[in-house]
Ligand binder design. Structure first.
Ligand code: BGC
Length: 759
């Protein structure tokens, strides 16, 4: 490969090399800063295009590829790229939903299928996985990532990279993966997309960067840079982050790609006076590929001529692009994946659908159940109501660019198919997703997924209540439209939109058992629902087979097993909220008690609040409504004592085993996700109260008991100290550590161990 690329580079002019760094946009430009798609053929002939979005039919892609390999100066093939975020034509649950499976192997399998389908549609590089740790449910892009925890997200980072890239990138069912958005994008202030992020190197290394490090260790081919600024420096211009940390410290030698028009946006950020300066800043920071700005093409030649950028640096960036194309087999087979017959055979197969159904069921989280679920089939009448009960175009969730709504079953269809002749389903819409036509228009930006009903909210509610009156149980499918989450979809209110809550209140008043199936791309604030519904199944957006999978769960054909990968707040005002909080100087568990009515009552009846602790919350508790790791099923699991095989560890290699027994005391077989957390109560830095360190999923038959063991080494106890982003120091500090094992981040058994450095 090296000789081939050396030879090619020797023959290329500076302009040819810069052409390889240019990745123009096609189709509608949504930001106004992109280069036009116009005249793409001429540009390809001139060697000005390194890659393109694969967002159009195979015939056109094949024609463009032929143009590149037959008529561009060095016959270099184009790199076709696309957002393949949670499946391609077969749509899997949103990444945040998949994360609730706590099942990296499942995610690896979904990624393999996504890669096979995308590759068969001409895609060579997928803009995924998104690895931004997200702790603020207002941020719409939390849907695209794997939740709030760095370890869990890291496990999925590896799974997706391995699933996409396979053993060999040149295989016809592999695509190159791209870890994004480097780094810290998920911590945008107030959850407002594109907003500034100002976090310390300490938090970056302990929270934000671990999933990216895992992706790099797994061999990810590309990294996309975040839109945002990090402590005043836009990531696109962040030399310390890109060159210092990613290239030099971590040794990443794959592609570094800007986000869409992000190089041009350096002018808006206010760090570049003009396009040329933006090109200079981005390139010298380490960005190889200019996605859609067209600025490299226009300005790098002059910057080299002026001596501000060394020609050797252009060579190095171009070499990385050529290497990626070589590894993908594009030089030997430029038309890879551009074959209509292969595409049909590889797409939406029964096997893919089966996996989609399995994944959709494993991604759902049963938040609450007072026994009303699973629903009885025989002879029952079920009122299936709510704006998402029969909403085909909303089943796939955001960022499903190749989805065809007609492929998806709705919940109504799934329920009818599962029930057959054994019972009756009555259906009413009950409410619009939103009632405000302006909001509806925004939510239908990428094509209409729902329409506002002609009837008034009152009429719709009355119809649903009438249905409920004739039923034995009510299943209300409520939540968001698919575009409520995703890019630039920030919410300031995390309740159910529009008149949906009013619908639920009216249904509740009927006195019929009330089951909620909630669909959303983010955690919602469901305090009222928690108090009044008999059961809540959080189904996220589950993709092509979601309707069937939800029916599988509601009727108990599958036992729910998902657990939350992101905390559910009580209200938007609590955001950001996550389980791995710092103890602070006034820890709630030591000084205040975080429950309603938690003031001490003196003998004379006076209520005394502890100043600055319990008294500092004026509305509601500080804790989340449903914590990270929470999720129940139709079985019950009893946890035994936490047992350690020894009390202390010494040095780096020593292993201590912590074991807990878990017994299925329910009547159904079930899966339980057992979680290990570690806390470091005294260290040179204030460490989070607890951090997830390992997890295991066990399947238990009724009455079966299993000892679940975790091996703990110094690697689980350490953390990063970092004053500078590019100079992290990984340390393990001697002392006591708290080991906790249990069913969620708030239901745990604890023990203490000691670690000492080797003598
Ligand atoms: C998003 C990226 C995406 C890119 C290309 C941007 O707006 O931030 O995540 O990969 O567009 O579609």
């Amino acid at each position: 490969m090296a000789d081939f690329i050396d030879d090619l580079l020797r023959r290329m002019s500076l302009a040819d090399k810069i052409g390889q760094l240019n990745h123009p946009g096609i189709g509608a430009d949504t930001t106004g800063a992109g280069t036009a798609a116009a005249d793409i053929e001429t540009r390809i002939r001139r060697g000005e295009v390194g890659g393109l979005s694969a967002g159009f039919g195979l015939e056109r892609l094949a024609a463009l590829q032929r143009l590149a390999v037959d008529h561009s100066p060095h016959r270099i093939p184009l790199l076709f790229t696309l957002d393949v975020i949670h499946g391609h034509r077969t749509v899997f649950p949103l990444p945040l939903a998949l994360a609730c499976s706590w099942d990296p192997d499942l995610v690896r399998r979904t990624a393999r299928v996504a890669a096979a389908e995308a590759a068969a549609a001409g895609v060579a590089l997928a803009w995924a996985p998104m690895l931004d740790v997200a702790r603020d449910a207002r941020w719409g892009r939390c849907a695209e990532g794997f939740g709030e925890d760095p370890l869990l997200a890291g496990a999925f980072a590896r799974a997706v990279v391995e699933g996409y890239q396979g053993r060999d990138l040149a295989r016809p069912d592999s695509v190159m993966a791209c870890a994004k958005h480097f780094a810290g994008y998920g911590l945008a202030e107030a959850g407002r997309d594109y907003n500034a992020v100002d976090v310390s190197p300490f938090r970056m290394h302990n929270v934000v960067l671990p999933p990216f490090k895992e992706a790099v260790a797994a061999g990810v081919g590309a990294v996309m840079v975040g839109f945002h600024d990090l402590a005043g420096i836009p990531c696109t211009a962040h030399r310390q982050l890109l060159k210092g940390l990613l290239r030099q410290r971590w040794g990443f030698d794959g592609l570094i790609v800007s986000d869409y028009t992000a190089i041009a946006e350096l002018v808006n950020h206010g760090v570049a006076a003009d396009a040329r300066e933006a090109a200079f800043l981005a390139f010298t920071a380490g960005v190889d590929i200019d996605l859609v700005s067209g600025i490299y093409l226009d300005h790098l030649p002059a910057l080299v001529a002026e001596g501000r950028i060394a020609a050797a640096e252009i060579d190095a960036a171009c070499r990385r692009v050529l290497r990626a194309k070589f590894r993908l087999g594009l030089f030997s087979e430029p038309l890879r994946g551009l074959d209509e017959e292969r595409k049909d055979a590889a797409t939406l197969t029964p096997e893919h659908r089966r996996l989609a159904r399995e994944a959709a069921a494993k991604a759902c989280v049963l938040l609450k159940n007072n026994g009303v679920l699973p629903l009885a089939r025989a002879g029952g009448v079920i009122a299936l109501v709510g704006p998402l009960a029969d909403s085909r175009a909303n089943m796939q969730g955001t960022w499903a660019v190749a989805a065809q709504p007609s492929d998806s079953a709705t919940i109504l269809e799934g329920m009818k198919a599962a029930l057959g002749e054994r019972g009756t389903i009555l259906h009413a819409k009950g409410a619009n997703i939103v009632d405000d036509p302006n909001v509806a228009a925004r939510l239908n930006l990428f094509g209409e997924t729902f329409a506002i009903d002609d009837r008034s909210p009152e009429e719709m509610i009355a119809e649903a209540v009438a249905c409920a009156g004739r039923a034995d149980a009510v299943v209300a499918c409520v939540g968001e439209a698919k575009e409520h989450s995703g890019e630039s979809s920030t919410r300031t209110d995390l309740g159910l939109p529009g008149s949906q809550q009013r619908l639920l209140e009216a249904l509740h008043r009927t006195g019929k058992p009330l089951v909620l199936v909630a669909l959303s791309g983010r955690p919602l604030a469901l305090e009222w629902e928690d108090r009044h519904a008999d059961a809540i199944l959080h189904a996220w957006f589950g993709g092509t087979e979601a309707g069937n999978a939800i029916a599988d769960l509601l009727f108990g054909d599958i036992n729910p097993s998902g657990k939350l990968a992101m905390s559910f707040p009580r209200s938007a005002g609590q955001c950001p909220i996550h389980y791995a909080e710092a103890p602070t100087g006034r820890p709630i568990d030591k000084i205040g008690i975080d429950v309603a009515g938690d003031a001490e009552v003196y003998g004379d009846g006076r209520r005394v609040f502890r100043k600055f602790t319990t008294a500092c919350r004026l509305e509601g508790a500080h804790t989340p409504l449903y914590p990270f790791g929470h999720g129940i099923g139709y079985s019950k699991f009893r946890y035994g004592e936490l047992v350690l095989d020894k009390p202390a560890l010494r040095g780096d290699r020593d292993v201590l085993t912590a074991t807990i027994t878990v017994r299925n005391i329910g009547a159904l077989p079930g899966e339980e996700i057992v979680q290990l957390y570690i806390g470091d109560p005294v260290a040179s830095r204030s460490r989070p109260v607890r951090e997830l360190k390992a997890f295991r999923k066990v399947t238990l038959q009724p009455g079966e008991e299993r000892a679940v063991s975790f091996d703990i080494t110094a690697a689980d106890l350490g953390f990063f100290r970092a004053e500078r982003l590019d100079e992290p120091e990984e340390v393990c500090e001697p002392g006591l550590f708290r080991i906790e094992i249990g069913r969620s981040s708030q239901q745990l058994s604890a023990a203490t161990i000691e670690w000492q450095a080797a003598a």
